[in-house]
Design a protein around this ligand. Sequence first.
Ligand SMILES: [Zn+2]
Length: 163
Amino acid sequence: MHPLLRKEVIEMYSEIYQALPGRAICRFSYALRTFKEQDELYAIGRTKPGKKVTNAKSVQSYHNYGLAFDIVLLVDNKGNSKFDNASWETNVDFDKDGRADWFEVVTICKRYGWEWGGDWKFTDLPHFQKTSGYSLKDLKNLVKSKKLALANSNYSEIINKES
Ligand SMILES: [Zn+2]
């Protein structure tokens, strides 16, 4: 995650962890994605085999700036506390408190001011982002003018190369 969001995300995650005491736990499956990782994902279903997983090329996703994460539920189906089943089911009440676990996570994240992909016209149910008003173009320009330092120093090289 972007360094300015790390503390908040850790706090939020521990709240989520406590809110789901049942057969499922929440994992943040993707936070920062480097430009290289993003391009590799973009290639799946296009130049590489498989089903398309993203419509965003590098520089086109808030993940590339550490301002987004995706969730998945890990379910303990066998009761052995291994939580080894990934689930993207949004309507299952794994902890039997009358609310679907997925939406418990959504509620907590929104309370912290995160935007949820489930509210978009083309929904992205596992996705959350906090843009603080920065468009992707703003972020790209900030990196380009070296006003935004990123965890991975090769970002600026890539941006300068492609534009
Ligand atoms: Zn995402």
